[in-house]
Design a protein around this ligand. Structure first.
Ligand code: NAP
Length: 562
């Protein structure tokens, strides 16, 4: 094992290799790195991938695309960046997003602080030094005062344990580990397993060229049109003039999107008015059908049924074969109680002669052979299997790292019956360890949510610097209170009663009946209010201390350069 130390050019006496080791150079990690660098911290970012971009690096599958307006998803921290970057479509595709994150990394000179191809395997708290040791799969070990884990909620792929899965002789791809090369579907029989937001996007694309596409669906979703369009050059100035207003809207809405929940009840409107309202949302661009809908559809079964029936009717209108349409219509849960996939002619795919839908609730997958997928009803010979089977969401990316806090306690063990944090960022007994956008934080439209969370971390670090503190831990009681609050909030929502990755169900959790609380599914407004109150009150839920020995003295590098 090697031990590396970046030389401090400002003569610091700190015994640590870095002030901060940052895990992850995705969308959240890059912004975190930018802020740390600007504030003068000695920071090293460790990234498992060979490039920046996080989900946009890994999820290269055909059809991968934003469901939030690109200009509400792009960073807001730099006016110059916003001025320079022109989004080509309202909902940008994966290649454009990857170009964007690469541009940001270069534009702000972030790349030289990142070690790519280093999967962090362990992070151990060093009690005597009040810092951390971080190790990677490349045998590197780095010490630091703080660890910031920007590891992302949708990072670790989830693969169903089908008998014979690895015996398949054709090509196999998980959507979130898609190879960085062209894959042609022409002349092939292709299977797609999974019909979540990812499955819907990849199915639309594969259906265009595959000789035969077989979709293996376990649960149909309420999908709604994306209504994407290019952004013409002459639209850019008008759009850019709205950027401050769009950013402000995201930072004040319930779900970090540029539109907000309608405060009225669905029953405040007469039937015809309601129909016009829903029709408009259905035909508008983006995810407004979910996020700008009436507030009570998330809590009241009767209100929810009105919208569920509306979407069910749309599906039946769009799919020609009534039997196929019925299989695509969700019947066991209400609209918006699982993530609503946005689509572009998704339902019309099932009107094509080359596409077949297999309903796994009628005939589940029994096994995979070298040449086929065998269900309890039939055998399907295929050349390629695409697993669009989602993620070991939220906690998966933390659990794969051996994270140990005070007394060698493992974070994974602490979270065995579900994650527990304060504001989604702090875990008691894990001092100087931060998880922006972590478990029980508020997520939705990811970039504004992550910008807020990173700003929270920077404010806390700034407070510590101003007071000469180099140690922070959250009180166990505060963590418990936050965890209980988030659980309570979720129990009042319909989303909390339906199985999906949001409630802790993934491909590997078959047979599990246990619902989990992984994110703060309540309003982002409430979340921000909680964070703002803690900050305004001077962080009473935290214990701070100054360094205990001259050896671990606060690095002069923690003093900002400007
Ligand atoms: P997902 O929503 O968890 O969907 C996984 C799919 O695989 C589901 O249809 C699931 O069926 C199926 N599946 C899992 N295990 C299976 C098994 N053993 N047998 C048969 N089917 C199985 O994952 P995802 O589609 O990758 O989406 C995850 C999240 O990523 C989304 O909710 C969204 O937040 C994000 N995302 C965003 C975008 C965007 O912004 N444009 C695009 C894609 C994804 P069940 O439903 O029955 O479990």
């Amino acid at each position: 094992m090697t031990h590396e130390k970046d030389a401090c050019t400002r003569g610091c006496a700190d015994s640590f290799d870095y002030d901060v080791v940052l895990i992850g150079a995705g969308m959240g990690g890059l912004y975190q790195l930018y802020r740390l660098k600007e504030a003068g911290y000695r920071v090293l970012a460790l990234e498992a991938a060979e490039g920046v971009g996080g989900v946009w690096h890994w999820n290269r599958y055909p059809g991968a695309r934003l469901d939030s307006e690109a200009y509400s998803y792009g960073y807001t921290f730099s006016n110059a960046l916003q001025e320079e970057w022109n989004w080509s479509e309202h909902f940008a595709g994966q290649p454009e997003l990857l170009r964007y994150f690469n541009y940001v990394a270069d534009r702000f000179d972030l790349r030289r602080h990142i070690r790519f191809g280093n999967l962090v395997t362990a992070a151990h708290y060093l009690e005597d030094e009040q810092g951390w040791a971080v190790t990677t799969d490349k045998g590197k070990r780095y010490t630091c005062r703080y660890v910031i884990a920007a590891v992302g909620p949708l990072t670790l792929p989830s693969l169903p344990p089908f008998p014979g899965r690895d015996s398949f002789a054709g090509e196999t791809c998980h959507t979130s580990r898609w190879p960085d090369r062209e894959i042609s579907f022409a002349g092939k029989s292709v299977a797609v397993i999974g019909t979540g937001a990812t499955g819907v996007q990849v199915i639309q694309e594969v259906a265009k060229t595959a000789e035969r596409l077989i979709v293996f669906q376990r649960t149909p979703n309420y999908c709604a049109p994306l209504n994407n369009a290019p952004i013409a050059a002459d639209e850019q100035p008008t759009l850019k003039a709205r950027y401050p207003e769009i950013a402000a809207a995201c930072r004040s809405s319930n779900g970090w999107f540029m539109y907000d929940t309608d405060p009225r009840s669905i029953f405040d409107l007469a039937d015809e008015e309601r129909e016009v309202f829903l029709e408009k949302l259905y035909n508008d661009p983006g995810i407004g059908i979910w996020k700008a809908n009436f507030h009570d559809i998330g809590t009241d079964e009767a209100a929810n049924t009105v919208v569920s029936d509306f979407i069910r009717r749309k599906i039946r209108e769009r799919v020609r074969d009534p039997d196929v349409a019925e299989r695509l219509v969700p019947k066991t849960f209400g609209f918006g109680t699982r993530r609503v996939p946005l689509e572009t002619r998704y339902y019309e795919v099932y009107n094509q002669a080359n596409v077949q839908l297999v309903d796994l609730t009628e005939t589940p997958i029994d096994r995979i052979t070298p040449t086929s997928i065998v269900t309890t009803g039939d055998e399907f010979e295929v050349d390629m299997i695409i697993y669009a089977t989602g993620f070991d969401a939220v906690t998966g990316s933390f659990n794969r790292i051996d994270i140990r806090g005070v007394g060698g306690v493992k974070l994974k063990d602490r979270w065995e019956s579900g994650p527990s944090t304060f504001l989604g960022v702090h875990a008691a007994g894990f001092p100087n360890f931060f998880m922006p956008g972590g478990p029980l934080a508020s997520l939705g439209n990811f970039t504004p949510a992550m910008e807020y969370s990173v700003d929270w971390v920077m404010d806390l670090l700034g407070y510590m610097r101003d007071h000469g503190f180099a140690y922070v831990d959250v009180a166990a009681a505060a963590e418990q209170a936050w965890t209980d609050l988030v659980r309570d909030r979720q129990s009042g929502l319909l989303i909390g009663r339906v199985k999906s990755w949001i409630t802790g169900f993934n491909s590997n959790s078959e047979g599990t009946e246990e619902f989990r609380v992984l994110l703060n599914t309540g309003s982002a407004k409430d979340y921000r209010q909680s964070c703002d109150t803690v900050r305004r009150n001077g962080y009473p839920e935290f214990e701070f201390s100054k360094v205990e020995s001259p050896q671990s003295a606060l690095s002069p590098c923690l003093i900002p350069r400007h």
